[in-house]
Design a protein around this ligand. Structure first.
Ligand code: AMP
Length: 179
């Protein structure tokens, strides 16, 4: 519990951002804290430390920061999942719903080879719409999604359960009530 409490205290909460009624969980304060950043990365990958991971897929934009560090930690390649129109080569694309909106995400069609073991990384899971889209995109090109990791879980919004129902093991480091 000490660990959870320490780490949780490094996440900053901003009310009514980006719109009224949302409590924005800002992890930039965690990233700026050297010990908290290192511990987060270590803890996120701890269950898969001994197993082979081919690729880490990070969701734009905060998932890039964490995903890059996680990929380095488990000696895997890094694959960006981006908002549409940002990637230069042939892509696969999927529409997905957000807690506050609707969008499309893409990845390079050749970024993952069929059967490769992939860990998905983002900063936070809320409704799970973003991560569900990312899992579908990865599976579309034949990836074996072995886990999805997030620093923050908003369990009341059901996203982690949604991923578990898709047979994706989910790892989160702390939870906040509400949304
Ligand atoms: P969702 O698709 O609903 O699971 O939303 C997850 C995505 O939206 C993540 O990429 C988060 O960075 C962002 N997000 C959603 N809700 C919040 C929140 N309350 N605080 C910070 N980021 C959020």
């Amino acid at each position: 519990m000490t660990f959870d409490h320490d780490l949780k205290a490094t996440v900053r909460t901003i009310p009514d951002y980006p719109k009224k009624g949302i409590l924005f969980r800002d992890i930039t304060t965690l990233l700026a804290d050297a010990r908290a950043f290192r511990r987060s990365v270590d803890e996120l990958v701890q269950p898969w430390a001994g197993s082979k991971v081919d690729k880490v897929a990070g969701i734009e934009a905060r998932g890039f920061i964490l995903g890059g560090a996680v990929a380095h930690q488990v000696s895997a390649g890094f694959v960006p999942i981006r908002k549409k129109g940002k990637l230069p080569h042939t892509t696969v694309r999927i529409a997905y719903s957000l807690e506050y909106g609707l969008d499309e995400m893409e990845m390079h069609a050749d970024a993952v080879q069929p059967g490769e073991r992939v860990i998905l990384v983002d900063d936070l899971i809320a409704t799970g719409g973003t991560a569900e889209g990312a899992v579908k995109l990865l599976r579309q090109i034949g990836a074996n999604v072995v886990a999805a990791c997030f620093i923050v879980d908003l369990p009341d919004l059901g996203g982690a359960d949604k991923l578990r129902a898709m047979d994706v093991p989910v790892r989160t480091l702390m939870a906040f009530e509400g949304h």
